[in-house]
Design a protein around this ligand. Structure first.
Ligand code: ZN
Length: 239
């Protein structure tokens, strides 16, 4: 018969193995992968919106430049108009020059206003694209919110199991001395999470090495509180 301490240590191992599995599940949740995928799509649409918005800004700047130029030419033309009808100028040659100047300004203004219409036409599809991108973003953000909810729920479900398992592990560890637990933890860390194994027949349950009949007999006869390790894997062996 093995000691109650070693039996308890085997139970601790059982809970630790389960805890390792649960933590692995938590780290590799499909819900997290799904959330990350949607998050990447949101970022992608964000980038497209930014690029389209800056394209739209560039068009607006061009339109503003044309507007400003039109305003300044109109002001100039109004000035000439006033002068023409003010009666200040009576020289026919000068009056004719003024009229020509006014006509020339009018032609430049018309040309600029045509240019502006072209720029405005250029803005139309960009505005449409921006609207549809914003719709797409809203939809993606909704998807992201529900993906986040699913992930939170899945995480919470595992967290509950981890808490319960940790409590059980804690209770099982009570009869195990600090020194044995410490050794077990060190072995566990270097041996893929398994620091103690049961002797099954003549085999180490950890690495499946078959022990000699003499070793098996010796391990089985160890006094309470003493234990041996598997020669092959080094784990604590529990008869
Ligand atoms: Zn072994």
């Amino acid at each position: 018969m093995s000691s109650p301490e070693l039996e308890a240590l085997l139970n601790v191992q059982g809970h630790d193995t389960r805890l390792d599995q649960l933590r692995h599940q938590l780290d590799t949740l499909a819900e997290r992968t799904a959330r990350d995928e949607v998050r990447a799509l949101v970022a992608q649409v964000d980038v497209q919106i930014e690029a389209t918005a800056s394209q739209r800004d560039e068009i607006a700047r061009r339109q503003n430049r044309i507007d400003d130029e039109v305003e300044s030419l109109k002001a100039k033309r109004d000035g000439f108009d006033k002068k023409l009808y003010s009666g200040e100028v009576s020289n026919p040659r000068e009056l004719q020059d003024l009229q020509e100047e006014i006509d020339s300004l009018g032609r430049r203004i018309t040309k600029l206003e045509d240019d502006e219409l072209e720029v405005m036409a250029e803005a139309e599809p960009v505005d449409e694209r921006l609207l549809s991108l914003k719709d797409a973003l809203a939809q993606r953000q909704q998807e992201l919110a529900s993906a986040e909810n699913l992930l939170t729920a899945a995480e919470a479900e595992i967290a509950v199991q981890i808490d319960a398992e940790s409590e059980l592990r804690q209770a099982c560890a009570e009869p195990v001395s600090a020194g044995v637990l410490d050794e077990y933890e060190k072995l566990r860390a270097g041996l893929g999470g398994v620091g103690v194994s049961k002797l099954i027949g003549t085999q180490c349950g950890g690495c499946h090495l078959t022990l000699s009949a003499m070793d098996v007999a010796r391990i089985k006869k160890l006094p309470d509180g003493e234990f041996d390790h598997c020669e092959e894997c080094g784990r604590i062996l529990v008869p």
